[in-house]
Design a binder for this molecule. Sequence first.
Ligand code: FAD
Length: 291
Amino acid sequence: MLPAQFEYHAPESLGDAIALLKQHGDEAKVLSGGHSLVPLMKLRFAAPAHIVDINGIPGLDYLKEENGVLKIGALVREADLETSDVVASKFPLILDTAKQIADPQVRNRATIAGNLAHGDPANDHPATMLALGAEVVIEGSGGERVLPVSELFVSTLTTALASDEIIKEVRVPVPPGKSGGAYLKIERRVGDFAIVAVAAQVTLDESGNIASAGIGLTNVAPVPVKATDAEASLAGKAPDEAALEEAGRLAAESCDPTTDNRAPAEYKRAMVKELTIRALRRAVERAQGGK
Ligand SMILES: Cc1cc2nc3c(=O)[nH]c(=O)nc-3n(C[C@H](O)[C@H](O)[C@H](O)COP(=O)(O)OP(=O)(O)OC[C@H]3O[C@@H](n4cnc5c(N)ncnc54)[C@H](O)[C@@H]3O)c2cc1C
């Protein structure tokens, strides 16, 4: 199906983009990679009267480490993560995630900021960014604000972004030395959205116990889930099978899956438990220096 008619705007600065969003309010939508918005428009689930394409705005495609933070500009594509040295060396969780999203054609255009801004619990970056304790830098007509990703998701496809706000940067704290992460995803076929996926990030202390853990769940609730009880259960514990099993049990308790054409709810819940255990196991191995 063809999208409904819209007026296309191509601002050349963030200020101009925000002015257009303010002028047109709920009638306008930001376009970055277009790989979520355009399908919705073609299905007529979305029919914005104004499209504000931010791809022509210079200076938003940086991916860099600065003062202990990984900074991902609004126009960094998912594929850029796969070739980044800093991502490869310090963020195995992000690299795992990037490689499992869709296919290369989609990843060449889709942005990390758009993946978060879409507010889809089936998207993969939300869980990963929840596990890593990331923040988004938001610019709007009222100025700039910084929001933890844990406060971004309101309900399915709805975020805390106002209609005149743009995510201009995603900030991820660089994990300390003995850290590791992993993303495990079950999908019907390669490139599909997750039936269930789990992001796990751990940091070990000097004695090899778990100093802190982050766990995010994909596609098992109306919003991406931060499994806080499971995270808290790991703090201070030796990373043995009993601790990982308990975290898996708590993660499964924290989700709220529905039965759909991908799988029954009970299967999804069981897979949250199993994937949490396996992702934590791999994250711990990586924190201990393994690949
Ligand atoms: C065939 C296919 C398979 C896919 N498989 C997966 C998958 O397995 N996992 C996965 O995670 N994703 C998947 N995707 C989705 C893809 O990764 C999306 O493109 C991505 O989620 C959205 O990023 P985008 O840059 O394309 O955003 P767009 O489609 O341009 O925008 C999406 C939404 O976010 C808003 N928006 C975009 N950028 C910003 C910004 N900087 N600030 C504020 N609002 C903004 C838009 O207004 C819109 O509402 C798939 C897509 C396709 C077409």
